[in-house]
Design a protein around this ligand. Structure first.
Ligand code: GFB
Length: 314
């Protein structure tokens, strides 16, 4: 058990969707001593600067939510940034934390670390058992490196550094840019704009048949805090909800939530990515954690957030 009560917490990557979710979860938990630092003040890829910042600010625990992230097209288009930036951020924070004597660290990865054709649902043991999905292998390799950094420090020095792997996420604070976003924010924005302009159809990338598991960011943040408190094993830990849908199905739910009644048309020039990504989160559930937010409810509240924050789109 790692008691968060009274601890000084650094959320690295606090401007991102997951970082913001962790900040909300920490507030709920009553954690008052929470550190954040803007990108303009600290380049998280800069090892010396990150280590100096950690030494000066002395967090007891770090959540590594900082990363270069994006949807399938961004991953496929910018492999070097996804590989180098993520490895640099992880090295600077994880190694810097260890050298500065930080007691506890939670590194965040992604379900794309697993092989493209991993047995479903994907158990933690599936890691490094087969070839990765080519559209995001650069990001996946960087995230696997982060897992190994935590494991190396645990194996060699007994560091209480763990890794958690959330499934595909959505929620308030997401990136709604149509080129670089993940599927849910893209579909929400497309449906919203199609409704406003009276378009008779909207585009769906790929075939619509891949299956994905979607989790609201606040469920993810609660799972991350739960793991920070109760999980201390060598192996990384999956965070998921245990259910998946096809991309066409999620598009239909999004259209319903938005109130758009047009058609879906397929853009087959865009990639499908991995055919299925469903996490086996039984290890975390066995510790007593459960997700709370159903997909339709989560999409409804996310759409309300979108309408409030993206009025410029209209
Ligand atoms: O969410 P997404 O970009 O990422 O795409 P991945 C999921 C599926 O939705 C793919 C389809 O089959 C897309 O072709 N899709 C349909 C769309 N319409 C759209 C659209 O308008 N925009 C987008 N973005 N997709 C990412 C990885 O994979 O998942 C990252 O590339 C990371 O590394 C992340 O792991 C969680 O689930 O395919």
């Amino acid at each position: 058990m790692f008691d968060l009560n009274g601890k000084r917490v650094w959320v690295a990557g606090h401007r991102g969707m997951v970082g913001q979710g962790i900040l909300r979860a920490l507030q709920k938990e009553g954690c008052a001593d929470v550190l954040t630092v803007p990108r303009t003040e600290l380049d998280l890829r800069d090892r010396a600067a990150v280590k100096a910042w950690i030494e000066a600010n002395k967090p007891d625990i770090i959540f590594v939510a900082a990363a270069r992230v994006g949807g399938i097209l961004a991953n496929d288009t910018y492999p070097s940034e996804f590989l180098f930036d993520n490895i640099e951020i992880e090295t600077a924070i994880i190694r810097g934390a260890f050298e500065a004597g930080v007691e506890r660290l939670v590194f965040l990865g992604s379900s794309c670390i697993y092989p493209k054709h991993a047995p479903q649902p994907m158990h933690e043991d599936a890691l490094l058992t087969g070839p990765l999905e080519p559209t995001n292998e650069w990001y996946a390799i960087a995230k696997i490196a982060g897992i190994k950094m935590c494991q190396a420090l645990k194996k060699q020095y007994g560091a209480r550094y763990i890794s958690v792997m959330p499934t595909n996420l959505y929620g308030p604070g997401d990136n709604f840019d149509l080129q670089s976003s993940h599927v849910i924010p893209a579909l929400m924005r497309k449906a919203h704009e199609a409704k406003l302009t009276g378009a008779d159809h909207m585009m769906l990338w790929g075939s619509g048949t891949p299956r994905r598991e979607f989790m609201h960011v606040d469920d993810c943040a609660s799972g991350i805090l739960y793991a920070a408190k109760y999980y201390d094993e060598f192996e990384h830990l999956n965070i998921g909800v245990g259910e998946d849908v096809t991309i066409r199905e999620v598009a239909e739910i999004v259209m319903d939530v938005v109130g758009y009644e047009g058609r879906l048309e397929l853009d087959s020039s865009k990639p499908d990515g991995t055919p299925r990504k469903l996490m086996d989160a039984s290890r975390l559930m066995a510790l007593g954690w459960r997700p709370q937010i159903g997909l339709r409810d989560g999409l409804k509240s996310t759409y309300e957030w979108f309408v409030e924050h993206h009025t410029a789109v209209a």
